[in-house]
Design a protein around this ligand. Structure first.
Ligand code: ACM
Length: 546
């Protein structure tokens, strides 16, 4: 195998049975693109990326001898994301079962060209590019292959999001879980409530490191996406077969919204008029008041959110809702009584249930963190299982769809080595190998129950990631291991060939270099990737896998 065929994520089969073999194909100035019906967007993507990197014109096919053939063939089995790819002396043929499959064939093709195909302009004067002979048949294991980006704790400018979407596409990931609101910031323009961004999108200062750290960054931090920015992000993602699932967190993680509109808070027990957008980390006690006013307000928010995001699923958060204020609030207690509820936990279920019904009535499906199953869920709702596997197991057994993202394995804010040199060390040590051996489907589920596991996602929370360099360092290369877990048909964790993965990673690091990704080197952080003297919060040990 040459370095070019060291693909990440690994395809399900590099099939000897397909033609392939022999001398491969030479791409040069005469190579033409023969784009069949429905393939024009992928042809454009190829010209914009491979064309730019190689400097080759990749003209539409007329009668040239060298061809890249693009076809969509819905007869192909294994769902619309399946593809096959054949490279021989005569031609290069990319064939998808749907447009998504063809797009993934194009991602594999780019890897076959070598790392320089990941640049934006040619760096060599070479006029011909050798593509190794292969026959590949490939399809993903899971339909939800996600990345959560927390843009609330630290804002990521729009260009950074578009860049991450390109990186996701290169790893065949297809869901961006966009964590848009939290105690520390509100990042999406809502036209009918301008103060959500005027007030809620910035904070005066920021805790630097874990919340116990004595350090402050005494500088305002903020930013938000206009509705046109969001439309651009959603369209850019869609061209890359990525669905953007927005998250608007209720009823906890809402201090930024309450700072903007104090009436959303529990005004009978706290003076919310002087509440700032939160400047430190943890779980704020300031949660939404369970009033009709709050429900109507958030219906207004979600109406605009539904216009912006066409995704089937809409994430409502639902995690870590502190109940202290509800316990003390006469208004919240009256609500519990009026609704005949058991307690404050049931009040939280009622709150989330309201939006479950509201979203279902509009043809969408609610997804929330695993806390939302505690009070019972409506039929179509789904769960992001983050506190380990248990929530996902319970949800799947109750017939709900699940996305597996247990914090013990795929929280990429957690440090990736035990060394003193890891920047702002928080959470469990989760090495590249740990992520590679992560199994999204809990062993205790029956085959029928396991069908409710839609897939998996890696979560990038950004309390200790203040800029692109920090996000890159925490996310890569572990996202490459994660992508293989989500896409490839890997054996059971203990049987996975990590040494083989590492060998393929040596080719993949060259691709990440060409893409300009500030990943963690196998040997550890480069000097400028360290953060000496900033207090983190390491957690020792982790439960056994599954
Ligand atoms: C979470 O990490 N609180 C979903």
């Amino acid at each position: 195998m040459t370095s070019e065929t060291e693909l990440v994520p690994a395809p399900s089969g590099i099939a000897e049975a397909l033609p392939g073999g022999g001398v491969g194909h030479v791409l040069d100035a005469g190579t033409e693109v023969d784009a069949g019906p429905g393939t024009e967007r992928v042809a454009q993507w190829l010209r914009a990326t491979v064309g730019a990197a190689t400097g080759l014109p990749l003209r539409p096919h007329t009668d040239g001898a060298s061809r890249v053939v693009l076809r969509i063939d819905p007869q192909e089995a294994d769902g619309p994301e399946a593809y096959d790819l054949v490279v021989d002396e005569r031609l290069i043929r990319l064939r998808g079962a749907g447009e998504a499959g063809l797009f993934y064939a194009a991602q594999t093709f780019r890897q076959l060209l070598g790392p320089d195909a990941f640049r934006r302009a040619p760096v060599t004067s070479r006029r011909r590019w050798d593509v190794p002979a292969v026959g590949i048949r490939d399809a993903p294991r899971f339909r939800w292959r996600g990345l959560l980006l927390d843009v609330a704790r630290h804002f990521m400018p729009k260009e950074g999001i578009l860049r991450q979407l390109d990186l996701m596409a290169a790893h065949k990931l297809n869901v961006l879980h966009f964590h848009l609101t939290d105690d520390q910031g509100w990042r999406v323009e809502i036209r009918r409530y301008p103060k959500l961004t005027e007030t809620g999108s910035w904070r005066a200062r920021t805790k630097f490191g874990h919340r116990a750290s004595p350090l402050w960054e005494d500088k305002p931090h903020g930013g938000f996406y206009t509705q046109d920015d969001i439309r651009e992000i959603v369209a850019y993602a869609a061209e890359r077969h990525i669905t953007v699932v927005p998250e608007i967190d209720v009823p906890g993680h809402s201090q930024a919204a309450i700072a903007a509109y104090p009436e959303l808070g529990n005004t009978d027990v706290v003076d919310t008029t002087a509440l700032p957008v939160w400047d430190t980390w943890g779980i704020s006690a300031n949660v939404l008041a369970p009033t009709d006013n709050t429900l109507r307000f958030y219906e207004g928010v979600f109406e605009e959110v539904l216009e912006l995001f066409p995704s089937e699923f809409v994430h409502v958060g639902g995690d870590e809702c502190r109940k202290d204020q509800w316990r003390r609030s006469p208004a919240a207690q009256a609500r519990i009584e009026e609704l005949g509820l058991r307690d404050e936990d049931a009040l939280q279920s009622w709150f989330v249930g309201h939006f479950d019904t509201w979203l279902s009535a509009r043809g969408r499906r609610l997804i929330g963190w695993d806390e939302i199953i505690e009070g019972g869920l409506a039929k179509g709702a789904a769960v992001s299982s983050w506190r380990g596997y248990a929530g996902g197991v319970a949800a799947a057994r109750a017939g709900h769809d699940v996305v597996m993202c247990p914090e013990q394995y795929v929280y990429l804010d957690h440090r990736q080595a035990a060394g003193e040199e890891e920047p702002v060390p928080i959470g469990f040590v989760r090495t590249l190998e740990d992520v590679y051996r992560f199994e999204p489907v809990p062993a205790q589920l029956t085959e029928d129950e396991a069908r409710h596991v839609l897939g998996t996602q890696a979560n990038v929370w950004t309390e200790v990631m203040e800029d692109q360099g920090r996000v890159d360092y925490q996310t890569y290369p572990r996202l490459a291991a994660f992508a293989e877990v989500a896409w490839s048909d890997l054996p059971a964790p203990a049987e996975r060939d990590f040494a083989g993965f590492e060998r393929r990673m040596s080719a993949h690091y060259r691709r990440l270099d060409a893409l300009g990704v500030g990943y963690r080197r196998p040997a550890g952080p480069l000097p400028w990737q360290r953060r000496p003297g900033v207090l983190g919060r390491p957690i020792e040990g982790a439960p056994p896998n599954r």
